[in-house]
Design a protein around this ligand. Structure first.
Ligand code: 1HE
Length: 272
């Protein structure tokens, strides 16, 4: 949670191209699509490096990121064809390279929304768990086949997934191969929004456009302070909250927004 882990050494090719991603911008939202549909968007060394590179090199006017997967699935997780080649040292660095990429995503400058469909499994679920808001289509399904493959999660899943759905549900997924459907994923806190088939991108884009309008200091507080406060003792958490809220409230952006409300120029809270 504290320092961003160092990135591992990956092939030079991976750092200089983004051919496994399709990146476009709609107003202030950067849409990053995993673009390896023939391999079900399995995350290779090159793909993890490209994700990392993309999220730390955001154009200045980007206010939110939308992540999705091309083809029939969001992501099949780790590229298993590369796993067999690694020794123990390489495996540790490989796992750390995922941590670095997903930490950069979770603790970056702008909120990240994941639009999920089809398989969201293994490292694909770890990627989704590093995003701030997850939207799932009715047909999406969630699994951790690591348990069946004789391995363990290595992309931050053991830290992030239990915080969303609890240790016992993740234990069940890994020991029995249990797969959760989208309805269960929403009920258990793995995703915040459930939409019909083919609707995740539109909903995700609408949420991203909305999140992009968050004042930068509020976004910083939500993305960087909130998860840390949640890990602190209540006394420390309340103290951190006081500091963070006074910093946010003293920004010119906050002053302008409060003024706009008082003059009747701002949105009201609308009944759900
Ligand atoms: C792959 C991968 C992959 C597909 N690595 N190549 N993840 C898994 O254990 C999930 C493995 N994948 C699957 O269970 C299925 O492929 C899916 C449910 C995701 C999709 O099924 P389907 O029927 O649409 O596709 P497919 O026919 O299984 O796969 C199409 C191709 O993608 C095929 O290659 P082809 O050359 O024969 O066409 C597959 O081999 C290839 N493919 N998934 C490599 N994962 C940091 S630690 C994280 C640890 C993990 O993520 S472990 C979990 C890995």
């Amino acid at each position: 949670m504290n320092a961003t882990p160092p990135s591992a050494t990956l092939s030079p090719h991976a750092h200089t191209t983004a051919d496994l991603l399709q990146i476009s911008q709609v107003e202030r939202v950067l849409h990053i699509r995993l673009n390896r549909p023939a391999k079900r968007n399995a995350i290779s060394d090159a793909l993890i490096a490209q994700i990392h590179t993309a999220v730390i090199n955001l154009p200045a006017d980007v206010g939110a990121i939308l992540i999705s997967g091309e083809g029939d699935h969001f992501c099949a997780g780790l590229d298993l064809s590369e796993l067999v080649k690694r020794d123990i040292g390489g495996a540790v660095l490989h796992s750390r390279s995922w941590h670095a990429a997903f930490d950069a995503l979770q603790y970056g400058k702008v909120p990240v929304i994941a639009a999920l469909h089809g398989a969201v499994v293994g490292g694909g679920l770890e990627l989704a768990a590093a995003c701030h808001i997850r939207v799932a289509e009715a047909g999406a399904y969630f699994g951790l086949p690591e348990g069946q493959r004789g391995i363990f999660v290595g992309g931050g899943g053991s830290v992030r997934i239990p915080r969303l759905m609890g240790v016992s549900r993740m234990t069940d997924m890994m020991l029995t191969g249990r797969v959760y459907n989208a309805d269960e994923a929403e009920r258990y806190g793995l995703v915040q929004y459930l939409v019909g088939e083919g609707e995740a991108l539109e909903k995700g884009m609408a949420l991203a456009q909305r999140a992009a309008k968050t004042a930068p200091m509020t976004a910083f507080a939500v993305m960087h302070a909130l998860p840390r406060i949640a890990e602190q003792s209540p006394s420390e958490g309340l103290f951190t909250e006081s500091l963070m809220s006074s910093i946010a409230a003293s920004t010119p952006e906050a002053q302008a927004r409060l003024e706009a409300f008082l003059q009747g120029r701002a949105e009201k809270v609308v009944k759900a």
